[in-house]
Ligand binder design. Structure first.
Ligand code: PMP
Length: 455
């Protein structure tokens, strides 16, 4: 199809995810045709630095031959096999072992699904099943944070705490609670230190657990760095204080490593960067460098023993997807994990991440930038109308979306988030020179929108 017929067909046939369906009919799509390194190219041949690695996921960039070869080999050998009913296969077994060996805390078993949402949905079901097995069927409530993103299934969209995911979907479901978001720049009281802020949030969590009744609260879900909520990096001591509360009331910690897992924050896991000791860990996205859909849920011994005892009684652990541990996806994920080691991906995050954070920090001198935040190769700039008072722009002016749109014209793809934050999450293979190019292209867009606002 020519590019015009493709565009017309898109408007006629596709219902786009996470898109303003009205605006799409006039704006139309950016149609990606091929990728190379950290760049994608549209049908006119224009290149874009993928400053979001797609959806925080294409960690090894857009043309890694080793992943193509791993997929091809597995496709030719055994394109499908499953793990139900005592069946198994090599790629799934080896991937489970690779993940358990690399886990940030001792983990007992790995379960596979196809997306971050499915992984978190699985974690919810495991927690409920576990507490039934332990003879405490009332201990089922789940706590997430405001601005959290844990997925879009009925249950995980309920954990997610962004207005668009709840409004008019009749969500959240019951037994889901939301506590404060650790956004120091926005939520701290005047003069409050980062540690005092973290302690206050932990105290608020404790009040919530006591008000609900600790015997009813099962688990706390947390992204190490909150991604879709605006790249919220918690204070250094936040998880230490939160975990003390969770331990006191026997509330499990689920680390949602869907974005942070596999090096994004500078350590292999976000849990290591922030000293989290999860009972359950979910991961996806960079697990396969996004080349095929696959996600995993790692559970510790205590969770595993409870699941095992209940399934023994009932006759089966009645949960799993047709494509749980799909062998081609598992083979690609296994190769991805090997490439992270072979290519010293953490070393690249250290150098290119430092470069990106320094460039973002330097932009705080810009009249529109209220705060730069981030760690490793994830970051954000929060745009404000008045830097002294942190006064935000009227959301109706859509300032961050305009900057992002202009940045696309200049050849860099970024994402505008709630609260006029602009997110940066490039492929983990990005070089320092490419970081510079990404930020230079972005700065041109920011300057142009600033000039427009002045006029
Ligand atoms: N958790 C987090 C932290 C995420 O960022 C996402 C997706 N952006 C999800 C879960 C859901 O993953 P998926 O879109 O693969 O269902």
């Amino acid at each position: 199809m020519t590019s015009n017929t493709l565009r017309d067909a898109d408007l006629s046939y596709v219902l786009h995810p996470y898109t303003n369906l009205v605006a799409h009919e006039t704006k139309g799509p950016l149609i990606a045709v091929r990728g190379e390194g950290v760049r994608i190219f549209d049908e006119k041949g224009q290149d874009y630095i993928e400053g979001m690695a797609g959806l925080w996921c294409a960690s090894l960039g857009f043309n890694e031959p080793r992943l193509v070869e791993a997929a091809t080999r597995q496709m030719q050998t055994l394109p499908f096999a499953h793990m139900f009913n005592h069946k198994s296969h090599g790629p799934g077994i080896e991937l489970a072992q690779a993940l358990i060996e690399r886990a940030p805390v001792p983990m007992a078993r790995a379960f596979f699904a196809n997306s971050g949402s499915e992984a978190n949905d699985t974690a919810i079901k495991m927690i409920w099943y576990m507490n039934n097995a332990l003879g405490r069927p009332e201990k089922k409530k789940l706590i997430a944070r405001k601005r959290a993103y844990h997925g879009v299934t009925v249950a995980t969209a309920s954990l997610t705490s962004l207005p668009a995911n709840h409004r008019d979907f009749d969500l959240p479901i019951d037994r889901i609670l939301h506590t404060a978001c650790p956004h120091y720049y926005r939520e701290a009281q005047p003069g409050e230190s980062e540690d005092a802020f973290a302690r206050r949030l932990a105290a608020e969590l404790e009040e919530m657990i006591l008000a609900e009744g600790p015997e009813t609260v099962a688990a706390f879900f947390a992204e190490p760095v909150m991604g879709a909520g605006g790249v919220i990096v918690p204070p250094e001591t936040y998880f230490q204080h939160i975990q003390a509360v969770l331990q006191k009331y026997d509330v499990l910690l689920v680390a949602d490593e869907v974005i942070c897992g596999f090096g994004r924050t500078g350590r292999y896991w976000g849990s290591q960067t922030f000293d989290m000791k999860p009972d359950i860990l979910t991961c996806a996205k960079a697990l396969s460098s996004a080349y095929l859909p696959i996600s995993a849920v790692l559970v510790n011994e205590r969770v595993y023993e409870a699941l095992k005892s209940n399934s023994g009684k009932i006759g089966t652990f009645g949960h799993g997807y047709t494509y749980s541990a799909h062998p081609v996806a598992a083979a690609v994920a296994l190769e991805t994990v090997r490439l992270y080691d072979e290519r010293d991906i953490l070393g690249n995050v250290a150098t290119s991440g430092a470069r990106m954070q320094a460039r973002l920090q330097a932009l705080t001198a810009h009249p529109l930038v209220g705060q730069a935040r981030g760690v490793g190769l994830i970051g954000a700039l929060e745009l404000v109308e008045d830097k002294a008072t942190k006064r935000a722009f009227d959301p109706a002016r859509a300032v961050a979306p305009k900057v992002v749109e202009r940045a696309q014209d200049h050849g860099v793809i970024l994402r505008a988030m709630a609260g006029d934050a602009i997110a940066f999450s490039p492929p983990l293979i990005i070089s320092e020179a490419e970081v510079d190019e990404m930020i230079d292209r972005f700065t041109r867009a920011l300057d142009e929108v600033t000039a427009d606002l002045g006029a």
